[in-house]
Design a protein around this ligand. Structure first.
Ligand code: BGC
Length: 768
């Protein structure tokens, strides 16, 4: 029943304009039994009832493919209502009509923000009443002079309107709203989780840089904003600027933010202590430069507010190497910073988009760290909504890049992410609901590939940001894009076949299995020699061929040997976004655990630990974002908070730590446990909160023995594999294993494995 309402604040440079405020008073005629408000905006809104914020959700209504799916929130407001009431809303540009994308794109979905609200009141006598947004509301601008996700916010406290959202405010200067004709048929209830302020951190230091600038160090590259506490003269303006890093001289460095101004300004009203935090912007930063602060500064003046989608923490991993522990910390903070309603590439520069490739490679790691079931469920709806009629999946979701899409390994997020959610949470429905989208993507590839089953000639991102050198005899590791595309085409077809089987699409299951077989054959004929050598002799090429099971059995070990040889030759990884996530897993599952651990524990560039040795507190976009001499990579693309390479987390949890889901028994109904001491580690403790409860996998070396303690929660079972063990020399809870376990035990040359039900178990055996 409600009408969209809007106003016409004047637009300034860069699409910056004051945020409109809306208000209305109303009286109720009886005793309220219950009241709910349904509310949304084209833009971002904050809703108040009788002066109180209705919810602590942030960045509502969230970011979706707005023209097809616009979420509304529902709040119980029973306790906020009285006899006479005032409802008020502040609305910002946000993703809907602010700056978005790096091409200076503005107003992507529309040119001004609008607001929509319907409050449904039920009285104790059963009668009902509606309070709705309509032409009776009034609007004004206020203290928020401009607000933009990339550029930050500008606030003049002298323009505050005390009591504007309470009864009795005199709104004589406010004007009537307009009621634009905007459809409502795209409204949808949220399926995800809201963004919240999750924690607060205090600066660890207040610095004066060599240039003489005053800079707070938060000690952590974080996403959110700072709350400023200040007192001083009316009209003074404090300017806060945000940066991820200092340069090699120790100066405040923002070139890598590109066009994002990332600046908040606050103008004082001069009435004692004033506290400000922004409404509709966020920054990715560790350092905060402050200008114009009246009085003496201390670290008390600001507090970092960390915001992200509300996801419960699920996994822990720690081991005897403090650098690897810092890596794990960085992976988790990368996720905190980039799970802000949409899985983004980065949170700081003029980008912050839902890049599908990044999301795909990180999905399983993400699911170890946090509960991401609802978060991805919501995002996948937009993957399907923004998919093009020919099945092409856009590069970023929600798609604000106008038409770009169809890149191998990026677009496959449409299958891999729901498959991950299914594996971790046994959510068959997500496979059913995404099925048309998955199938459309595979059909798109099929059309592009044509009758030879090779997907060649299209443009792709390829093994993005792979190792490059300036050496004239070896420019770097370039993996042919046609090879990557055909490999993913095969992998996704196979996955689709499997998913079709699970969802009861039996004829599809057969059809895509046979398609995958044909692609595999074509792949071998085109890209693989009779000796198992690939036309791109790179780590990424071998990794994909092996990880996706593209080679005949007799060639797999030869290809693995080529891969191992290449890793040995360089002594480091040469992979980019496509190869890196699967590299250690591929090495360790083909008998090259030592090389996988070498890559993990290497400290020099390129490696996971190199950024850690440089003081990183999040994952960098590039292996050498900041070089050993302190200089930076190209400003055009140098994020210090990009989770893609954090995909090594899956191997830390799954291999080093030893907890893995069993794809045949999704949702951890049954799972796999196995300790893997290596790389000089003396212990690793890993836990995962599955839906059945906590799983633990803790190993340590003690003298010549390996001690392995596990917890299997109630109503689940696990297969325990003890690498290098001989069953006669293993004890379980201090008793010889053989006696207790007959029938459930199997011994191979390589290991002992056994089936166990719920409980806590302690194994001990000679490690080698
Ligand atoms: C993003 C990436 C993304 C890539 C596409 C970059 O601008 O930051 O993370 O996947 O473009 O190759």
């Amino acid at each position: 029943k409600a009408s969209w309402i809007s106003s016409e604040p004047e637009i300034k440079e860069s699409y910056l304009r004051p945020c409109p405020f809306f208000r209305k008073e109303f009286e109720l005629s009886g005793k309220v039994r219950s009241a709910r408000v349904y509310v949304t905006a084209q833009g971002l809104y904050q809703l108040f009832l009788n002066g109180k914020k209705v919810s602590d959700d942030l960045f509502t209504p969230g970011w979706t493919s707005f023209n097809k799916r616009l979420q509304y929130q529902t709040y119980d407001v029973t306790s906020l209502l009285g006899e006479r009431n005032a409802v008020g809303a502040i609305v910002g540009n946000g993703w809907f009509c602010g700056n978005i994308g790096w091409n200076g794109g503005k107003g992507y979905y529309g040119d001004k923000p609008s607001f929509l609200m319907q409050m449904q009141i039920t009285y104790t006598d059963g009668t009902t009443e509606l309070v709705i947004s309509d032409s009776n509301w009034k609007t004004s601008t206020g203290p928020i002079l401009s607000s933009d996700i990339y550029h930050g916010e500008s606030y003049d406290a002298n323009l505050e309107m005390p009591g504007w959202n309470k009864v009795g405010f005199s709104d004589g200067k406010w004007v009537a709203v307009s009621t634009p004709q905007i459809p409502k048929n795209m409204l949808t209830a949220p399926q995800g989780v809201p963004v919240k302020a999750i924690r607060e951190i205090k600066p660890v230091k207040l610095l004066t840089t060599p240039k003489g600038e005053t800079v707070f160090d938060m000690g952590q590259n974080m996403v959110g904003w700072v709350r400023l506490t200040v007192s001083g003269q009316k009209g003074k303006t404090v300017i806060l600027k945000f940066a991820e890093v200092l340069d090699k001289e120790g100066n405040f460095y923002t070139d890598n933010l590109r066009a994002a101004k990332a600046t908040d300004t606050y103008t004082l009203k001069g009435e004692g202590e004033e506290v400000y935090e922004p409404f509709f912007t966020f920054h990715g930063f560790r350092f905060v430069k402050i200008d114009g602060f009246p009085g003496t500064l201390s670290t008390d003046q600001i507090t970092g507010v960390v915001i992200h989608s509300e996801m419960a923490e699920r996994g822990t991993f720690s081991c005897s190497d403090s650098l690897i522990n810092q890596l794990q910390h960085n992976i988790q903070w990368g996720q905190r910073g980039n799970f802000l309603d949409v899985p983004t590439d980065c949170p700081q520069r003029d980008e912050r988009l839902g890049w599908t490739g990044d999301a795909q490679v990180f999905a399983m790691t993400a699911a170890f760290n946090f509960d991401v079931a609802a978060f991805y469920t919501k995002w996948l709806k937009d993957v399907a909504a923004d998919q093009l009629p020919d099945g092409k999946v856009p590069h970023v979701i929600p798609d604000v890049l106008k038409g770009g899409g169809g890149s191998t390994a990026w677009a496959d997020a449409s299958l891999i992410v729901p498959w991950t959610v299914y594996q971790v949470y046994n959510d068959r429905r997500i496979l059913e609901e995404q099925y048309p989208s998955m199938k459309a993507w595979v059909e798109y590839m099929k059309n592009r590939a044509g009758e030879d089953y090779l997907w060649t000639g299209d443009s792709h991102f390829g093994d993005w940001l792979a190792f490059a050198t300036t050496r004239s005899d070896y420019p770097g590791a370039t993996t042919e894009k046609d090879l990557i595309a055909t490999a993913y085409y095969c992998y996704s077809s196979k996955l689709l076949s499997r998913i079709a089987g699970i969802t009861g699409n039996d004829s599809d299951a057969q059809a895509y299995a046979s398609l995958a077989e044909k692609i595999k054959k074509a792949f071998n004929a085109e890209f693989v020699t009779a000796n198992g050598r690939l036309v791109s002799h790179t780590q990424t090429a071998y990794t994909l061929a092996l990880a996706f099971d593209l080679l005949p059995d007799e060639l797999a070990s030869k290809a693995a040997a080529y891969l191992a040889g290449d890793v040995r030759k360089f002594g480091h990884l040469t992979t980019g976004f496509v190869g890196t996530p699967l590299l250690c897993e591929t090495l360790s599952s083909h008998g090259y655990e030592d090389l996988a651990f070498m890559l993990l524990t290497r400290k020099k560039y390129p490696s996971w630990l190199y950024p850690v040795t440089q003081g990183a507190t999040t994952i960098w976009e590039r292996w050498d974002g900041q070089k050993p001499d302190g200089s930076f990579q190209d400003v055009g693309m140098n994020s210090f908070n990009h989770y893609a390479y954090g995909a090594i987390g899956e191997w830390l949890y799954g291999y080093v730590g030893g907890i893995r889901s069993d794809p045949e028994k999704p949702g951890y109904q049954h799972f796999l446990l196995s300790p893997h001491p290596g790389g000089g580690l003396t212990f690793a403790n890993t836990s995962f909160q599955s839906m059945y409860g906590e799983i633990r996998s803790d190993w340590k070396t003690e003298g010549d023995d390996l001690i392995y303690e596990v917890v299997i929660p109630a109503n689940t079972t696990a297969t325990i594999t003890l690498p290098g063990a001989e069953s006669g020399r293993v004890t379980l809870n201090s008793n010889p294993l053989d006696q207790k376990m007959s029938g459930k035990l199997s011994q191979t040359e390589k290991d002992v494995s056994l089936q166990l039900g719920s409980g806590k178990y302690r194994f001990q055996y000679p490690a080698n």
